[in-house]
Ligand binder design. Structure first.
Ligand code: DX5
Ligand code: ZN
Length: 217
């Protein structure tokens, strides 16, 4: 299976974000994961479209924008214009989830849906044709550096089954939170193919080595 590593700049020094995206590109990352938090959907507050637009000029890597914000439909075009290539929204943050996913696709971005640890994969039955990726949160969203929730391994398998049942087995499953080489290996065996990692990549001595060890190399 082809695995992609999308390091999260949430763990970068926010005064050095330009350098962070350039270093990640040089270190072999496949995409840059950008955690947008609004202080409402999650207790933390991070960055928005102006910072994403400012970073856009410094890397060719796709921007995988994870919106942990309420009512994302109100601002998703601004994220797209800022340079988002994938836009992922949370089930509980959208009043009309299917419509919001359609808006993301219409904007030209890939549409992702994020499932919190306590959100059932059954929701996928109703939106499976509207998504380009499924993000399985392996921690509760809001902060970097949390501990991986082992119960999410079974969930990844169930998400795989739901996708297969609907003939959508090529939709990638992304995992986010507490990802290290060992949790990454379990997630990949369960069917995940996009690995988000923040603290593991940014606390490593060498980013390139951290990224290849996540791939299992
Ligand atoms: C959590 C974010 C994650 C987080 C991952 O709300 O969505 O992307 O930054 O960080 P680590 O890898 O440190 O758990
Ligand atoms: Zn994230």
């Amino acid at each position: 299976m082809f695995v992609q590593v999308a390091p999260s700049i949430l763990s970068a020094d926010f005064a050095e974000l330009r350098q962070a995206v350039q270093s990640l590109e040089n270190a072999g990352a496949d995409a840059i994961h950008i955690d947008v938090m609004d202080g409402h959907f999650v207790p933390n507050l991070t960055m928005g479209p102006p910072i994403i637009a400012a970073l856009r000029k410094y890397t060719k890597l796709p921007f995988d924008v994870h919106l942990m914000i309420e009512r994302p439909e109100n601002s998703l075009l601004a994220y797209r214009q800022a340079g988002a290539d994938h836009i992922t929204v949370h089930v509980e943050a959208c009043t009309h989830l299917q419509r919001t996913l359609g808006m993301i696709r219409e904007s030209g971005a890939q549409a992702g849906v994020a499932l919190n640890p306590a959100t059932s994969e059954q929701v996928l039955d109703y939106i499976v044709d509207d998504v380009d990726l499924v993000l399985v949160m392996t921690v509760n969203p809001g902060f970097g550096g949390q501990v991986f929730l082992p119960a999410m391994i079974e969930k990844i398998k169930r998400v795989r089954e739901v996708l297969a049942k609907h003939g959508r087995r090529f939709v990638p499953i992304e995992v986010d939170g507490g990802i290290t080489p060992s949790t990454a290996a379990s997630c990949m065996s369960a069917g995940a193919s996009i690995l988000v990692a923040g603290s593991y990549v940014f606390s490593a001595n060498t980013m390139a080595q951290a990224i290849s060890s996540l791939r299992g190399k």
